[in-house]
Design a binder for this molecule. Structure first.
Ligand code: UDX
Length: 438
């Protein structure tokens, strides 16, 4: 199958590489020439375990190519994937200008029948709109079919998820186009669910919103566990043993971030509002998530106030929204830095993916120091906060850390550590909702 993937962001690049590995002839296309020239050289523009090796391998086979010439990329393929960004507007609705720009390109370049596959996360109604829009512009509805094929990959395990999907959702009106898509994915052997456009679109938002709901739910349980002296980790364990609930996405912590959950929850609330429906559960999910980092931080601030005078030196472990990615979008760690900065002499950040010099526009840059080693971050610090559960932080020698720090306090924002072990090393360990002893 000859396939073009327009949009070389996270989803588009992963899709293009994996489709090439399934023996298809693939072109990755993007107007961003610097991204394309990197990809042509085998350099991924983001951090994703295993994907760089597969990219190099696929480039060598000749089945994967990249171009900034969108017109020829459209003309040379039979199947066109759209994987451009759909960022949130101020009001939470998705901004579809990049999708419309691609539609205009397709309409201008079309040279024969094409299956147009929408991979981008788009609000309910968008695939139908796209089909009507293209019909108007092209003037011949027989020249194309639109299929909604939402993406469920997670950052940090994008390659694995794309190669081993729990399900493939195909939404559309054309049986012929759906058959072509089934053939493309046939080597994956995944379960296929065929629906209409609107259902496929809603499956994507409902899935992400449900997972975000699980996270906010356990974070609320964490708040009550904290007051009641219960252990939220064991509560999650006990809940997760019920197969109807499932053990995943029940880790309490400083909240969810990333490019999907915050944006998709907001967009679903906004779409529902436009349709005259109020999504009260999701509104609460958002509120819990917005307040969760500050809820955690309060415990540290109280302890610091009782122990040492301001301004403090704080070591911050992890800035990305989760491990194994360089993505800092909507990361709760950023909220924590911003909130804590006025009371600090210095916040020392350590994260394996931060580039030097750090590009983040902090409110008071002089106070934010990006460190290369854990020792540097801990030196004379009044406290440390674990924000992202990177593997490197599991290997910290806490006895040594205690010697380095002025005040050995740790706030564990992800319930990552074993409290007994850390206390045995001499750390004043602060967790949330982990029983009376914390
Ligand atoms: C998510 C969906 O999982 C994926 O299916 C979809 O395609 C894109 O959005 P991603 O954003 O990469 O993937 O990360 P995910 O692993 O889902 O984590 C999202 C956030 O929730 C992270 O900030 C993570 O730290 C947080 N989280 C997750 C928790 O706080 N607790 C949990 O138990 C699980």
């Amino acid at each position: 199958m000859r396939i073009t993937v327009i949009g070389s962001g996270y989803v588009g690049t992963t899709t293009a590489i994996v489709l090439a590995s399934l023996n298809h002839q693939v072109i990755g296309a993007d107007i961003d020439t610097s991204k394309i020239s990197k990809l042509k050289k085998g350099i991924l523009p983001f951090v994703e375990p295993g994907l760089n090796d597969l990219l190099s391998e696929m480039l060598k086979t000749g089945r994967l190519n990249f171009t900034d010439n969108i017109v020829t990329a459209i003309q040379e393929s039979d199947v066109i994937y759209i994987a451009v960004g759909t960022p949130s507007r101020e009001d939470g609705t998705a901004d579809l200008r990049y999708l419309q720009a691609v539609a205009d390109r397709i309409a201008g370049a079309i040279n024969g029948y094409k299956v147009i596959v929408v991979k981008s996360t788009v609000p309910v109604g968008t695939n139908r709109w796209l089909s009507d829009y293209l019909s108007d512009k092209i003037g011949n509805p027989k020249l194309f079919d639109v299929v909604s094929n939402p993406e469920f990959l997670r950052e940090g395990s994008a390659m694995y998820d794309t190669l081993h999907p729990d399900r493939t959702v195909l939404g559309g009106m054309s049986g012929h186009a759906i058959e072509i898509l089934k053939e493309i994915y046939q080597p994956l052997g995944s379960k296929v669910l065929i629906t209409d456009w609107e259902t496929a679109e809603l499956i994507k938002y409902a899935s992400n919103s449900f997972l975000a709901t699980k996270v906010s739910f356990i974070n609320e349980m964490c708040r009550i566990a904290e007051r009641a002296g219960a252990n939220v980790v064991e509560v999650a364990q006990g809940m997760g043993m019920d197969v109807r609930i499932g053990a995943k996405f029940l880790n309490a912590g400083i909240g969810y971030g990333g490019s999907c959950f915050p944006k998709d929850v907001k967009a679903l609330i906004a779409t529902a509002r436009e349709l005259g429906v109020e999504l009260k559960i999701l509104e609460a999910v958002e509120t819990v998530n917005r307040t969760q980092p500050l809820f955690y931080l309060k415990k540290l601030v109280q302890t610091l106030r009782e122990t040492v005078d301001k301004p403090w030196i704080v070591a911050l472990l992890g800035l990305t929204f989760k491990p194994n990615t360089d993505d800092q979008r909507e990361s709760p760690a950023i909220r924590i830095v911003e909130e804590l900065l006025p009371d600090c002499q210095e916040i020392r950040i350590i994260d394996p993916t931060i580039e030097f010099p750090d590009q983040t526009p902090w409110p008071d840059e002089r106070k934010v120091v990006v460190c290369k080693t854990v020792e540097e971050a801990f030196s004379a610090a009044d406290a440390a906060i674990l924000c992202t559960e990177w593997e490197m932080f599991a290997k910290i020698n806490w006895e040594e850390a205690v010697r380095c720090m002025r005040n050995p306090i740790l706030l564990d924002g992800r319930n990552f550590y074993n409290p007994e072990q850390l206390r045995a090393a001499g750390i004043r360990y602060l967790a949330l909702g982990r029983g009376n002893s914390t």
